[in-house]
Design a protein around this ligand. Structure first.
Ligand code: PMP
Length: 379
């Protein structure tokens, strides 16, 4: 018998065996979707108009990314070799890890944060270093800086962060980049439109920074899967090398140029969220529910031991929330997305009724207080 026929099972790479899996709870979402931080209404009407112009012949063609990259680059006052369009920021994270991480390299993140960093880093290296926020959940700046070593190759910081909504100031982000000139700092600005400072204007002066943006949130295009990376042409060259030339489909590319042309729509949606977020936080204050003051299109609420009951009760009221209890340091926390005015109203009404139904009581001390009192400036 040959050696080949004795091999009984196919094994993936060892790191693939060891890496965690991410299964977002996508089933049964026919309700008010306040669970995934999506736009809760619709994208710009210009996108729907563009969709109607798609032809059968158009669908037979491979997509051409480059002309839209030129439009997007001009929109952000960058050169087109400084922009790579991606299949959502999810793919952008994957490409960053493929391009910059060798096995054994260290990659630095804070926790709690977006779980896809963990998934993609551990796919490439065992060197994932996590710096846990303290109970205030704000960004652990000093300890984060101290965690940078000579082996650090990739640093990822989301600002505003998910699931907390905490921002990291531009000054601090640049300090991190400057403390690690041998590493790439990816600043994930998925929620940038809703608050916080951008480092997009610092790319020329800080060549080891790459900014990620998504069109899934404020622009309302989550289903089309489109995001981008922006940075120095030199770093972008490596990212382009590891990406498929057809990573973004042509429908998404067509719709993207329509979406970014409509600044009035974007400003309207962002304002809906800003006003709604204030209403939600005021409503939570009234109910005595603690929360992290958010700069994003969601608020992380501190519910305590009844977190599962609340999510179930809200579902009965036709509103979906996301239980974040298993995130590090987030036991008892539930996240609610902020959408357009009517959806915030429905979310708040359902919340009041559900808290009543489950017999939730304002707990004196931590659970009845804003999680980070006095940090409304988010730092
Ligand atoms: N970054 C953060 C911080 C997120 O919360 C999310 C989505 N939940 C993403 C990136 C992924 O965005 P996209 O839809 O562009 O893949």
């Amino acid at each position: 018998m040959s050696v080949v026929s004795e091999v009984k099972t196919v094994r993936p790479r060892q790191l693939v065996l060891e890496m965690p899996e991410y299964h977002p709870p996508l089933a049964g979402r026919e309700a008010l979707r306040l669970d995934f931080n999506e736009n809760t209404a619709a994208p710009s009407p210009r996108v729907m108009e563009r969709l109607r112009q798609i032809t059968a012949e158009g669908l037979t063609k491979y997509p051409e990314r480059e002309p839209v990259e030129r439009i997007v680059a001009a929109h952000f006052a960058l050169r087109s070799d400084q922009v790579l369009l991606t299949n959502g920021v999810d793919e952008a994270i994957h490409l960053m890890c493929c391009a910059f991480l060798d096995e054994g390299d260290e990659a630095l993140i804070c926790t709690p944060t977006f779980f896809m960093y963990d998934v993609n880093i551990t796919m490439m290296t065992r060197g994932l270093v996590k710096v846990q926020a303290d109970e205030t959940l704000s960004f652990p700046f000093e300890r984060f800086l101290a965690a940078i070593t000579e082996r650090t190759k990739l640093i990822i910081v989301a600002s505003p962060n998910n699931p907390t909504g905490a921002v990291v100031s531009r000054e601090r982000l640049l300090a991190i980049a400057n403390a690690a000139p041998h590493a790439v700092l990816m600043v994930d600005e998925a929620y940038h439109h809703f608050g916080g400072e951008s480092v997009m204007g610092d790319l020329a002066a800080t060549p080891n920074v790459i900014v990620a943006r998504t069109f899934s949130k404020a622009y309302g295009l989550a289903n089309l899967r489109i995001g981008m990376l922006a940075g120095s042409a030199e770093l972008l060259k490596y990212l382009r090398k590891v990406s498929s030339p057809y990573n973004v489909n042509g429908v998404a590319l067509d719709c993207l140029s329509a979406a970014i042309s409509d600044e009035t729509y974007l400003a309207w949606y962002v304002e809906q969220v800003r006003v709604g977020r204030e209403r939600m936080m005021a409503g939570l204050d009234e109910l005595g529910v603690g929360y992290f003051p958010s700069a994003a299109n969601f608020v992380l609420m501190k519910i305590g031991p009844k977190h599962k009951e609340l999510v179930a009760a809200m579902r009965r009221h036709g509103v979906l929330l996301r239980d974040r209890s298993t995130d590090p340091g987030c036991d008892g926390y539930v996240r609610i997305t902020i959408g357009v005015e009517d959806h915030v109203t429905r979310g708040l009404e359902a919340l009041k009724a559900s808290l009543d139904e489950i017999g939730w009581k304002r707990v004196s001390g931590s659970a009845g207080q804003p999680v980070s009192e006095g940090v409304r400036e988010f730092e």
